[in-house]
Write a protein that binds this ligand. Structure first.
Ligand SMILES: [Zn+2]
Length: 570
């Protein structure tokens, strides 16, 4: 039996491309009999089977090959293959006597954080349900709008189903004119967002501000700041709190469409962090041998790889990975060119399957080089280690990460990657248990757009489409992608696009709040102008909010298109 569990190095390596192949998931309740023998996810046994097992929706090898870019010029396929071959004999093998336990009847991995999964599920369901209820409730209210006691009935329904009253002035004229359901819809979305945000900052429902342990671990691994850019796609909005299971308060998150982050802005942030170490010893003193770690999460779809990958890269997985890698390298080059004394940063590239939430990590070698054709796949690590006892499973995860990383990989980086993979095992089980193996909403299903700077409270998948920007001009591409997404989600159903315009500021800086409010209003006017065709038809509404990020408090609403006499009239 143990030989059937024997992993090979190639089993975790995408032999020709960072493609979307993943072992097909079969729910164990349906896939296993009482004899309990067959594994739901077949594991490689021979060298031939060490190639990724194609999922049922996987494109053919030929089709995928046509979509892949050439390998990076610095490494040749032959050389990599030779290295892999040379290392193969050393690759980990499960000892025959390794302790095992009977497979968990639920099929979950022994390292899965069940309490954490239950907490995250409660939070996801509570918030998503609050947004999902809006349309059905408004349909019920719409049907009553000419009843004699309409206002009382409408408020009663709203209070019971949504938990808040509706604005009286929006109901008062329904008997003489038509109830303006577009305005009412936008108002309900904004109110639900406001309540969710207040809860997030007041109650820390995801424990995202318990950062001490992770900060210590990160520094032990050799890094003093983790800065992550996921794609702005709403299907990655939960990447920190759910997919990677990291405390959101300990990670700088800056989403950009396609993972193509702003290099200058990131260099500026790097400088800010380094200055903080030098002047204040935060998070550690400047003489500590730790580095700033910049990571990008690109994404792909195993269920519908040709249509539901990264929109910014035309669902071309190779282009998404290459684009993210190029941006990371540009950032490192900028730091090295701009600062002397050996200044540099660490880089990490992560891929995410937005259907299963499984990650694959491209572990860098000792010089920071990453190979797009090599990665550690959490889905396969899950399959290989799920029958072990927790202690053995954890050791095996670390072993697998090391075995599938370049030989010169930094030990601290290996520890961090092993932690990320282990954390992701919980999320893989979460998606299996809660969402039946992969999400029902394979594509976009966001409820509103978030535009500006901030949004720490958005930690749920497919809740928000982000456009991080200071001005409409610099974020035009992201805004247009957002408009396209919401044209399908909302406008096609006659519903408006709700946009939350947000700027966080540092309360300790004189005048910062006023400048943030001014930015909100300027952006609001520019948005109303750019999308005037929608605004004029009542199909675009904006909520303007600011937040003092130094105070740790909630948001402050400073304006709303629903209270203005005309769109953009601030
Ligand atoms: Zn994307």
């Amino acid at each position: 039996m143990s030989s059937q569990r024997r992993p090979t190095r190639a089993s975790l390596i995408w032999a020709s491309a960072p493609a979307t192949a993943a072992p097909p998931y079969r729910p164990r309740s349906r896939g296993e009999s009482g004899s309990g023998a067959p594994a739901a996810t077949p594991e490689p046994v021979t060298a031939e089977s060490a190639k990724p097992t194609p999922a049922t929706t996987e494109p053919s090898t030929q089709a995928r090959g046509q979509r892949m870019r050439p390998r990076p010029p610095s490494r040749t396929a032959g050389a990599d293959a030779a290295k892999r071959s040379a290392r193969q004999p050393k690759r980990a093998v499960v000892p025959a006597a390794e302790p095992r336990q009977a497979r968990d009847p639920s099929g979950q991995h022994p390292l899965t954080d069940r309490d954490g999964n239950a907490r995250l599920q409660r939070y996801e369901e509570r918030i998503k349900t609050a947004f999902d209820r809006i349309v059905p409730v408004l349909k019920r209210i719409s049907a009553l709008q000419h009843a004699s006691d309409f206002e009382r009935q409408a408020q009663s329904i709203a209070r019971d189903a949504l938990g808040f009253d509706l604005p009286e002035h929006m109901l008062a004229d329904a008997w003489v004119t038509q109830l303006d359901l577009r305005r009412l819809f936008a108002w309900c979305v904004f109110e639900t967002y406001r309540r969710m945000t207040d809860d997030f900052f007041a109650n820390d429902p995801l424990g995202g501000h318990e950062i001490r342990d992770f900060d210590r671990f990160l520094q032990d691994c050799g890094f003093h700041q983790l800065d992550v850019t996921p794609c702005a796609d709403g299907r990655l909005a939960h990447a920190i709190s759910y997919v990677l299971r990291l405390p959101c308060g300990a990670v700088r998150r800056k989403p950009y469409a396609g993972g193509l982050f702003d290099v200058e802005n990131t260099v500026s942030k790097w400088g800010e962090v380094e200055l903080g170490r030098f002047r204040e010893g935060i998070p550690n003193t400047a003489d500590a041998p730790t580095r700033y770690l910049k990571s990008v999460i690109y994404h792909y779809s195993s269920v519908d790889p040709h249509h539901q990958g990264c929109a910014a890269h035309g669902s071309d997985d190779a282009a998404a990975a290459q684009g993210a890698l190029d941006r990371l390298l540009a950032f490192r080059q900028s730091v090295e060119n701009g600062f002397c004394c050996g200044a540099s940063v660490a880089l990490l590239l992560i891929g995410l399957d937005t259907d299963t939430d499984a990650i694959r990590v491209h572990v860098p070698d000792g010089e920071g080089h990453m190979d797009l054709t090599q990665s550690v796949d959490a889905l396969k690590v899950h399959a290989i280690t799920r029958d072990l006892e927790p202690t053995a499973a954890r050791a095996r995860v670390a072993e697998l990460v090391k075995a599938h990383a370049p030989a010169s990989a930094d030990p601290g980086m290996l520890r961090l990657v092993a932690r990320l993979i282990e954390n992701n095992l919980s999320q893989i089980d979460y998606v299996r248990q809660v969402h039946g193996g992969h999400y029902a909403d394979v594509g976009h299903a966001e409820h509103f757009m978030g535009v500006g700077i901030g949004f720490e409270e958005i930690q749920l998948r497919n809740l928000t489409y982000f456009a991080y920007l200071y001005t409409v001009e610099e974020g035009a591409a992201d805004l247009d992608v957002g408009r396209k997404i919401f044209s399908g989600l909302n406008v096609s159903r006659g519903l408006p696009i709700p946009i939350v315009i947000r700027f966080d500021y540092h309360g300790g800086v004189p005048g910062a709040r006023e400048r943030a409010v001014t930015r909100c209003r300027r952006l609001d006017a520019a948005l109303a102008g750019r999308f005037a065709d929608l605004a004029d038809r009542g199909l675009l509404h904006r909520l303007l909010v600011v937040r003092d990020s130094d105070a740790g408090a909630g948001i402050e609403v400073v304006g709303c298109s629903l209270t203005a006499p005309t769109a953009g009239g601030h």
